[in-house]
Ligand binder design. Structure first.
Ligand SMILES: Nc1ncnc2c1ncn2[C@@H]1O[C@H](COP(=O)(O)OP(=O)(O)OP(=O)(O)O)[C@@H](O)[C@H]1O
Ligand SMILES: O=P(O)(O)OC[C@H]1O[C@](O)(CO)[C@@H](O)[C@@H]1O
Ligand SMILES: [Mg+2]
Length: 320
């Protein structure tokens, strides 16, 4: 069994990262293993901001969004020389393995660090739900609920004014958040990067529906499609219907994690720690059909997740 491991969070924060880190720390301590916390992702690793954690270090965090370890984007980590420096720093602390909680980019960094000889176990922590091999990423459920809350409120004002509301949501190149929010929020249209759309046709349909008495429409736009401001302007001009745009932004990243995110993050954290301690590495733990699964780390970062066509069909059928 390993004697000393470390944990870090990296990339965009996501609600539930704290629950996952807490589970890693407490599992390792339960097994009598030393755990270090690396602050602010790869940036803090390179600056040697590495501190030993105890059980109390992770008290009172399970209910909090963000990450108590801090996070960062660190473009320098893409250079091999920088990663070699990072490896030396980890080795100086006697760190024998590392749990990385982050999105596809952070896990890519982890897979390259593992190529240099550091055992790595990844956990998918991102609101984008774009990590290949897992149906689920830590934080996506909380973000989805935040978006739904916004849609409910936007629907009230849209209906009062007989307006079209165009709502831009996050997700980078992945349309999962937009598609799920569209289905759960009853949006009339969902524009995602994975599916082609015809804005002229959408505008014609919107016009006809308002001519027939419709009072409001919600159009959810995934950020990967382009600017909702531009799309909203075009819709307003082409339909002649009063149109407003909301770009939800970073509010989607914050907030207390949902029960689903806390429980799944805790399950994943325990599995990650146990696997690493017992000599497994270069894997990502994810969740498929409600069960924790191990995915090869290199496979995960070398493949692109696709949007379930069933979800696309469902959104289309239910909005008619
Ligand atoms: N190709 C790469 N090689 C080495 N390191 C990388 C690579 N891609 C990303 N990283 C490291 O991981 C960090 C986070 O990556 P990125 O900004 O893509 O976020 P992420 O982990 O995908 O999370 P999210 O998309 O949710 O914000 C980068 O700043 C960089 O330090
Ligand atoms: O916080 P930043 O650096 O502005 O990054 C925003 C990006 O991070 C995410 O919130 C998470 O990947 C994306 O959905 C979004 O495009
Ligand atoms: Mg990412």
């Amino acid at each position: 069994m390993l004697k000393s491991i470390a944990i870090m969070t990296s990339g965009g924060d996501s609600p539930g990262m704290n629950a996952a880190a807490r589970a890693v720390v407490r599992t390792a301590l339960y097994e009598g293993v030393k755990v270090f916390g690396i602050y602010d992702g790869y940036k803090g690793m390179l600056e040697d901001r590495i501190v030993e954690l105890n059980s109390q270090s992770v008290s009172d965090i399970i209910q909090r969004g963000g990450t108590f370890l801090g996070t960062a984007r660190c473009p320098e980590f893409k250079q091999e020389e920088t990663r070699k420096e990072a490896l030396k720093i980890l080795q100086r602390h006697g760190i024998e393995g590392l749990v990385i909680i982050g999105g596809d980019g952070s896990l890519t960094g982890g897979s390259l660090l593992s190529d240099l000889g550091m055992p790595i176990v990844g956990l998918p922590g991102t609101i984008d739900n774009d990590v290949w091999g897992s149906d689920y990423t830590i934080g996506a459920d909380t973000a989805l609920n935040t978006i739904l809350d916004a849609i409910n409120k936007l629907r009230d004002t849209a209906s009062a004014h007989r307006r079209i509301i165009v709502l831009e949501v996050m997700g980078r190149k992945c349309g999962w958040l937009a598609m799920m929010a569209g289905i759960a929020g009853g949006a009339e249209y969902v524009l995602v990067p994975e599916v082609k759309y015809d804005l002229n046709k959408i505008c014609d349909e919107l016009k006809t529906s308002y001519d027939n008495g419709r009072r409001y429409s919600i159009v959810v736009v995934a950020e990967g499609v382009g600017s909702a401001v531009d799309i909203g302007k075009e819709i307003g001009e082409k339909t002649g219907i009063d149109t407003r745009v909301t770009v939800l932004g970073h509010v989607q990243r914050g907030g207390s994690p949902t029960a689903e995110d806390r429980v799944k993050a805790s399950m994943l954290g325990e599995k990650a720690a146990l696997a690493l301690l017992n000599g497994q590495s270069n894997i990502v733990f994810g969740i498929n059909e409600g069960k924790v699964v191990a995915i090869d780390l290199h496979d995960s970062v070398n493949n692109n997740k696709t949007l379930d066509p069933e979800l696309v069909r469902l959104a289309r059928v239910l909005s008619k």
